[in-house]
Design a protein around this ligand. Sequence first.
Ligand code: UGA
Length: 506
Amino acid sequence: MPSQPSRLSASSDFSSSNARSRIEDTAKGVAQDKIVTGAKSNGGVISSADEQAGVARRLVVVTVVGSGYVGTTTAALLTALGIKTYAVDIDEAKVDKLKDGKAPFYEVGLDNLVAYGIDNNYLVPTSSYEESIPHASIVISAVGTPENADGSPDLRYVYSALESIAQNATGPLIYVQKSTVPVGTGRAIIAKYAELSDKPFSYVSAPEFLREGTAVVDSIEPDRIVVGGDDADSKHIITTIFRDISSRRAEIADIADQPIQNLPEPIAFNMSIESAELTKVTANAFLALKISFANSIAKLADSTNADVAEVMDAVGSDKRIGRAFLNAGRGYGGGCFPKDVKGLISSAKANNVAMDIMTAASNLNDSMPSYIVDRLKDELGELETKKIAILGLAFKAGTSDVRKSPGIKIANLLQQAGSKVSAYDPQAHNEALADLDEGIALLDSAQLAIKNADAIVVATEWPEFKDIDYSQTTAKLLFDAMNLLDSSMIVRNGLEYRGVGRRLKL
Ligand code: UGA
């Protein structure tokens, strides 16, 4: 179905505006020229706009609201294209870190891009909407959407950001939604903005598909660009900017000091706002479904002496299925899958649609940490007084994020069962502190954490856990809750090996 024509007067005003073509020209120009001309300390963008009067200057500036993973990565990539970009966040600590040329969290390659943006005066971190919004022609909203108690997304930051944007807008805006919001939110935002401001406003839903830990490389070589909106030109402008990030991947990768894979150019999908909103949560829900499916099969494998990795290698070689996200383990965590699965269930409920398939996936996922602990108990006989080392507290490798971390759940369950828990993570100690139960010891190295243990649990897929000297431990058992390690290497080091749905290979 073709995307719907403009319906709201704000969007129509925007479409008919002469400013539109100037934004388009500028967006293209900015994206094409700036890595080459980007060494100018004033950002180039501003100087070209300086030649035009008033409103034209605004057209080339982007404000990204929210300096989390999506917001910081997006802002940093725009500045790598030479686009003057304000990064607004109400958290002064994040703003200060960005001003120092560092990402507010650990994300490989991102510090280099942030430093580039700051050094070249393209990136302007601020906590002030008054400072940043009046200059912007494009505002990208990337604020957090935490989970309400009932599983629905809490949109309070989306709307408070919208209010601040509307209060400070001085001209037409393309408003790009990158936060994950339930289907139907875009329409509500368009209506709300019309109440708050009389300035032309064009809404574009441009969901983000980057993963934490690989945010930079995912963003410069994405599989697809999805834009949903009523105004074809606004969608075209946004698609052009994100396409240019991908066309300029070699230069950006160079700044970030990250490898590129030379993947094909992304496919651009142009759709309605509602379809774009639903695309985002559907993609995450399907990946979560694959993981829970693999974990269901792993449980069956555990009871039948099959090996889930062997099964999934063979099953995943079918092009219709694919091998990715069929790795069994302690289940998915993070700020996205658990929340987005529940958000989809809640959207379905609000529309009287059954989504039992996702409820089952979510319940299965919730069962995985206690499944690991129960299996440990089977192996050790008793958990009380046992010394257990947990390797990995981040919800996945490559990040310091511990939101809904299965490793932390396992550590806490063991502590509650009376075990003496020592834990190590290469990046996430500070972040883990608030969520770890009292009494759990954080050790400075993996080697120290495992030294005096009775059993070791690998709970995050950090590659460096493959290089630990497992001969230097008193532990007799290693439980690989990520199916990460080579079982024969563990056995050679004198430990018993257990995985999730894995048969011991000797
Ligand atoms: C996920 C999606 O993969 C991104 O495309 C999306 O943009 C992002 O959510 C988002 O909505 O912002 P992310 O949460 O960063 O990205 O992490 P993933 O790499 O997808 O992993 C999620 C969890 O699944 C981790 O805990 C990981 O350990 C686990 N996992 C992943 C498995 O247990 N098995 C697998 O086979 C794959």
